[in-house]
Ligand binder design. Structure first.
Ligand code: CA
Length: 245
């Protein structure tokens, strides 16, 4: 087989799952789809492998013996934006997770079909890689916010002129970039799902959860209420009082 470009290593997925049969099936399906996979059912080993291997995505079971998968998610989030898909046996866990706002990128409820999980993994990986069109876009400046697609980074300009990066997840970055690109335009939840979480079967409440976290981070950065809920429709970006040139 010939290729026209130098082959990049396939994305690496860290499978954290304590049921060996499930872990093996997932690993087999991921590898059959051309991904690389490593598996562990042990919390401390999971974190060790995470730091050592720097996987492109973590598939993380919530219920692990002796350790809470949510603590592993917290540790991964403290480290950065590595995409995480949470796996749970209980649909109720999804509500709990959304309530905790820990920033998982997607959720899978057992029992699941392995091909479906692989499709979710592929969808989240696609979102995580900046698309060429994104890189070509010039930075957006709205009020004190600057969105740099090249760097995949949102910055806040302080009154003294310093810029401070906003600690956003990839999904939050995409949502902010989408909303701020057209201030005052109202975006429906379905539009935001389609453009910011493509090929995910995310629910409206998932968008609400991401938006809620994004708003909180903007508030914590002293930016006030930049995103308005439009009842029954969706969201819009209002530079408002923050629109200081
Ligand atoms: Ca388990």
């Amino acid at each position: 087989m010939t290729t026209t470009t130098a082959p990049l290593p396939s994305p690496l997925v860290l499978v954290v799952e304590d049921e060996p049969s499930i872990a093996s099936i997932l690993t087999a399906y991921l590898e059959r789809d051309g991904l690389r996979a490593r598996q562990t059912g042990d919390g401390p080993t999971a974190l060790q492998l995470f730091h050592q291997l720097r996987p492109d995505l973590v598939l993380l079971d919530i219920h692990l013996p002796g350790v809470d998968g949510l603590d592993i998610l917290r540790a991964i989030r403290d480290d950065g934006q590595t995409p995480v898909i949470m796996v749970t046996a209980l649909a109720d866990d999804v509500d709990k997770l959304l309530g905790l706002r820990l920033g998982a990128d997607d959720y899978v409820v057992k029992p699941f079909s392995p091909p479906e999980v692989v499709a979710r993994v592929r969808a989240v990986l696609r979102r995580a890689v900046p698309r060429p069109a994104d890189k070509e876009q010039p930075p957006i400046r709205v009020g004190r916010i600057e969105i740099d697609h090249r760097a995949h980074e949102a910055l806040c300009r302080e009154p003294d002129g310093r810029t401070v990066p906003l600690p956003l997840t990839l999904t939050e970055f995409r949502l902010l970039a989408c909303l701020a690109a057209q201030p005052r335009r109202c975006f429906s939840r379905s539009h935001l799902i389609e453009h910011c979480l493509p090929e995910s079967d995310a629910l409206d409440r998932v968008i609400d959860s991401h938006l809620s976290k994004l708003r909180r981070k903007l508030q914590q950065a002293g930016q006030g209420e930049l995103i308005e809920t439009v009842r029954g429709i969706g969201y819009r970006f209002l530079p408002g009082d923050a629109a200081v040139p």
